[in-house]
Design a protein around this ligand. Structure first.
Ligand code: ZN
Length: 228
């Protein structure tokens, strides 16, 4: 054997949140501890705790975590996740039909950098927690977008890269059930979801409400709420 590409490995885009943590355990189940690496993007998010959460979750799962910087989104501003002057709105924007937590292009850029990193490490499988069901309607989370991006990456890198989206068609309830079945719940105590960056979570922002709904419908106690 000469070359890392002889071994099937996966790179998980790990944000430190509930969905990407579930995906990390999905990848562990499929590729084994030695077949999984994770990457986290420091895109200037206001809630820096996300980066520490990602590192902690990766450590618990026993996989490496590389944090890569992307500072352009914060420079652009205009969204509630990177711009300190924009508050998280509870309603969608009338002109776009999207919440102001939408960071345009974010997943496209993340997956492109992840693909570049994977390419250099001889990894052909990318795993991301995007989903088009029961979520905020972010257009870069749709299956059609991911399929188009996969095609572009395969052409542009001349590599048979595959983007796996295990949560694409799952409701939040089903995502919680999957996390439970994969043994991801202990790590969930160290994840971060709250749009207001609070720990314990605020419980009232759209992200907290969606997370709570999923755990309630699955009949599972959220380990984050029991965390010290
Ligand atoms: Zn919250």
């Amino acid at each position: 054997m000469n070359g890392k590409s002889d071994i099937e490995k996966a790179l998980v885009v790990l944000s430190g949140g509930q969905d990407s943590t579930t995906c990390l355990y999905w990848a562990l189940d499929r590729y084994g501890t030695h077949g999984v690496e994770s990457v986290t993007f420091d895109y200037g998010q206001r809630h820096r705790t996300e980066l520490a959460c990602a590192a902690t979750v990766a450590k618990i799962a026993g996989v490496t975590n590389r944090c890569l910087p992307i500072d352009t989104f914060a420079a652009l501003g205009g969204d509630a996740l990177t711009d300190p002057e924009v508050e998280v709105a509870s309603d969608v924007d009338d002109s776009t039909g999207l919440p102001n937590t939408f960071v345009p292009g974010r997943n496209l850029i993340f997956l492109t950098y992840a693909a570049a990193y994977a390419y250099q490490r001889g990894i052909r499988h990318l795993v991301t927690g995007v989903a088009q069901t029961d979520y905020s309607g972010y257009p870069d989370c749709r299956e059609e977008t991911i399929n188009a991006l996969q095609t572009a990456l395969r052409l542009g890198m001349e590599s048979e890269i595959t983007i796996h989206t295990p949560l694409m068609h799952l409701s939040k309830k089903e995502t919680v059930e999957l996390a439970r079945d994969l043994g991801a719940l202990p790590a969930m105590a160290f994840t971060h979801t709250c749009y207001n960056g609070q720990r314990p979570p605020c419980g009232t922002c759209p992200a907290c409400l969606l997370r709570a709904k999923g755990f309630a419908e699955a009949g599972v106690a959220d380990p984050l709420l029991a965390a010290p």
